[in-house]
Design a protein around this ligand. Sequence first.
Ligand code: SF4
Length: 155
Amino acid sequence: MILVSACLAGICCKYDGGNNGIPLIKELVRQGKAIPLCPEQLGGLPTPRMPAEIKGGSARDVLQGKASVIRNDGADVTENFVRGASEVLKFCQEMGIMCAILKSKSPSCGKGLVYDGTFKGKLVEGNGVTAQLLIDNGIEVMTEEEIEPACLLNI
Ligand code: SF4
């Protein structure tokens, strides 16, 4: 069993009320091989919601209380992002999930690249808050851009 970002499974949990559904992820969920979760919703944020980006450090800094996640109107939503990440980790540990396919570039789910906190569409090296917490706890994380379709359908 793997975890997937809910928006990749076609669930309309994106900040703008839309989704990032892709056929392979939907098929994995349909076959009962993947469970979709949205950390931002699990952290108590509504949908739709204003976009947010990590500011003042890395995702690990956010988890250690040294950086923040800020909405584009300036509101601090760090607590929601950390709570959502903790809920996702707790669920993975309870279910024995050791692998996740998460949405690239998201301040929660991204891996490798995330937006830089200026809301100007500029990417910097780093992970989303949930992706970082999962990685730090030994769960393999890949994005939808890294998956090998043939392998996954044989899970
Ligand atoms: S938090 Fe993750 S699952 Fe939720 S909408 Fe953003 S990228 Fe998708």
